[in-house]
Structures are given as C-alpha cells and as structure tokens.
Ligand binder design. Structure first.
Ligand SMILES: Nc1ncnc2c1ncn2[C@@H]1O[C@H](COP(=O)(O)OP(=O)(O)OP(=O)(O)O)[C@@H](O)[C@H]1O
Length: 224
C-alpha cells in the first residue's frame, strides 16, 4: 500500500506539489494524468521512495518514507517495479541481460532463473529479440523490455511513467493489455500518461481510476 497524507514536494523554486491525499490500495489500477510539468514524474518518485516529501507524509507499506534507511528502502523497492520514462538500459548488455539486471543486483543466480527469464521475455513478445542490444530495438520493444525488467522480481506494485510515449497506437494497446493482465494477477498498477486515448481504451479492460494533477493538487479521481 502506498499512501500520501497531505504530502507535498518542492524542488528549489517553491511548492510544486502540495496537500496530496491519496491511497493506492493493493490490486488497484490508477492512471495519473495532467499537463506537462504538472509534477507527474515527481509524484511517482514520491510513491517509490526516490524522493521524500518536503511536507506531509508518504507511507510505503505503512512506513514513513522519510524514516527508511537505505537498506529498508532498497528492500521495499524490490516490491515496486518501475518503468522509467526513458527506459535507462545499459547499451553494452543484451536485452536479456538488461532484464535480468535486478536479479543480479539482488545477488540472485540468474542461471537458475533462466526459465523464468525466458518465459517473461516471451510474455512481453521479446523472445526472438532477447540477444539484441537496446539501441537495436524499436521504441515499443524497448518499452516492453523496460516492463519486463520492472517485473522480473515479481513486485506487488508496478509504476510506469509515460510507458507509451513515442510508440505507435498498436504497440500502446499491447503494452496496456500487459499492464491490465498484471493488474488481473493482483498487482497494483499506477501509470502516468498524457495519452487520453489510451485511458479511454482501457475501459472494459481494467477497473481503473483516473487522477488528474493540476496546479500542484490531485483532483478527485473519476472511475473509468
Ligand atoms: N531535479 C529537479 N530539480 C528542479 N526542478 C525539477 C527537477 N525535476 C523536475 N523539476 C521541475 O518540476 C516540474 C515538474 O516536473 P515533472 O517531471 O514531475 O512533471 P511531469 O508532469 O512529469 O512532466 P512531463 O509530463 O513533461 O514529463 C517541472 O517544472 C520540472 O522542470
């Protein structure tokens, strides 16, 4: 469970976000929308502990994110898979190695998990592209690889920042259906997107709420 209580965030030029009250319950699906620069990425970072609120409180699994030391935060972060806006791959490694990186970082034996890894690559449709390097992939393939990397540790929560930015409609639909499937498996999903057509397309696939961030505040969520 991720909970914001009167949370806010300021970089150095005054409050960007303030008075945010929101709970992302286990198994829920939320879209976060709002104009460019509204603070969507910043809000997501508060939700996975990359930033700590400058006012109010963010609770991650019931614990105040500001009280978590590095180890506690790292443990919690393993239960939250993040798809970053710019994917952030290591270009000298293959897609398979990039997707496996969280296992390596966690000290797990990648060879022992080869079957899981291959199954996951197949599920996102990248089996035949597993040996390719990130620069050789299309935008849609990169986004699906980023999703695979985000879920390789079987997190409870998936946070995706503009996962369909720069990809075509068909590929966006495919990514959305993967996210919907993860949600049906019980995962909590939070997706920031500008793409209102994508949100409309989700109707019927997921029971999502749509949150809009504007002028630093969250407007009441609407049902999809
Ligand atoms: N590290 C930083 N230091 C200072 N200001 C920042 C920093 N990161 C973001 N900002 C500013 O905070 C504001 C919100 O940025 P953020 O990336 O959270 O918005 P966003 O809604 O995700 O935008 P977009 O839809 O364009 O990705 C912007 O004005 C941005 O310039």
């Amino acid at each position: 469970m991720i909970e914001l209580r009167d949370a806010g965030y300021s970089y150095d030029k005054g409050a960007l976000l303030s008075g945010l009250d929101m709970a992302f319950a286990p198994g829920s699906f939320h879209f976060l929308t709002g104009p460019s620069g509204a603070g969507k990425t910043t809000l997501l970072k508060l939700c996975y502990g990359d930033l700590k609120p400058t006012t109010g409180t963010v609770l991650l699994e019931g614990r105040d994110s500001r009280q978590l030391d590095r180890d506690a935060l790292a443990r919690l972060r393993r239960r939250i898979g993040v798809v970053h806006q710019d994917c952030q791959f290591l270009d000298h490694l293959s897609i398979r190695e990039n997707v496996a990186l969280p296992l390596t970082v966690a000290g797990r034996d990648v060879a022992a998990e080869a079957a899981n890894l291959d199954q996951l690559l197949g599920w996102v449709g990248l089996g035949p592209r597993a040996a390719a390097r990130p620069p050789q992939l299309s935008g849609g393939e990169r986004q699906r690889a980023a999703l695979a990397r985000a879920i390789i540790m079987d997190p409870d929560v998936i946070i995706a920042d503009e996962p369909t930015g720069n990809i075509d409609w068909e590929m966006s639909q495919r990514l959305l259906s993967l996210l919907a499937e993860l949600n049906r498996m019980g995962k909590t999903v939070l997706v920031a997107t500008h793409d209102l057509a994508l949100i409309r397309a989700a109707k019927g696939q997921v029971a999502a709420r749509v949150l809009r961030l504007a002028q630093g505040s969250l407007q009441a969520g609407t049902e999809l």
